[in-house]
Ligand binder design. Structure first.
Ligand code: URA
Length: 240
């Protein structure tokens, strides 16, 4: 297969984008920069191909970290509203990629997209405890040490019309200007908003900063995604 085709199929950009990367010398094989996009590569070369010094992931599965923009559904298709599936390059639309877990329509930040069903299951299963870190801007009285203690003790959500729901301990870090950072190890529906609501605050802006070891890149704009490196995938699978 041509090098540019392999990189595009593996999620490193459109054919035009990866050609540009190759021509600029970002891709090496066995330490040698390859400038020719039509360079012929074989399956077994996969692990020896480096992009900016990092081994590429050219296996059957694809993994992307998207900076989810505000105003997008966490879905691959929708008849009416913009959804994260619209942000995938056209060459990846047939690869059965889907989001892992869910962010609300207005929530921004780290969203993992993959067609690796086993990893998706692992990351969403209640048995696995990946820390998810949220930056929250809220309205109402400034949160205090009282809420820090409440969240860390594992609060019980008591909502009208619902059975009480005991939550796992969560770490609340107080920040100035009605902001806080909240670290959860579970992912119940609208969990951050429900926790804040129980303390009498409402969430104005919610941004997920990380899932375990997975973070946005510096300057990664909303709507942009990057393909995970082998190391990123290893760390996620191992629960770091
Ligand atoms: N908690 C929420 O309330 N919304 C999200 O999008 C994620 C976590």
């Amino acid at each position: 297969m041509r090098l540019d085709k392999l990189l595009a199929n593996s999620g490193y950009g459109t054919r035009t984008e990866v050609k540009e990367l190759i021509r600029k010398g970002h891709v090496t094989i066995d330490g040698q920069a390859i400038f020719d996009p039509s360079f012929s590569v074989s399956e077994e070369m996969g692990s020896r191909i480096l992009l900016d010094g990092e081994p590429i992931e050219a296996g059957e599965y694809l993994y992307f970290c998207l900076n989810k923009p505000d105003g997008y559904l966490t879905a691959m298709t929708d008849d009416r509203l913009p959804c994260v599936g619209d942000l995938l390059p056209p060459n990846l639309k047939t690869k059965k990629i889907s989001p892992v877990g869910r962010l609300d329509f207005h929530t921004t930040g780290v969203l993992l997209l993959t067609n690796d069903g086993a990893l998706s299951h692992q990351l969403t299963s209640p048995k696995w405890h990946r820390e998810k870190v949220y930056l929250v801007t809220y309205s109402g009285e400034a949160l205090t040490e009282k809420e820090v203690a409440l969240f860390s003790s594992g609060m019980t959500l008591t909502e009208k019309g619902h059975a009480p729901e005991k939550l796992k301990p969560a770490i609340l870090t107080l920040l100035p200007d009605n902001q806080c950072r909240l670290t959860l190890t579970e992912g119940k529906t609208h969990q951050v908003k429900r926790m804040l609501a129980q303390t009498g605050r409402s969430v104005i802006f919610l941004h997920r900063e990380s899932i375990g070891s997975l973070h946005l890149k510096e300057n990664q704009e909303p709507g942009e995604m990057y393909a995970l490196s082998k190391e990123d995938i290893r760390l996620l699978k191992e629960g770091n």
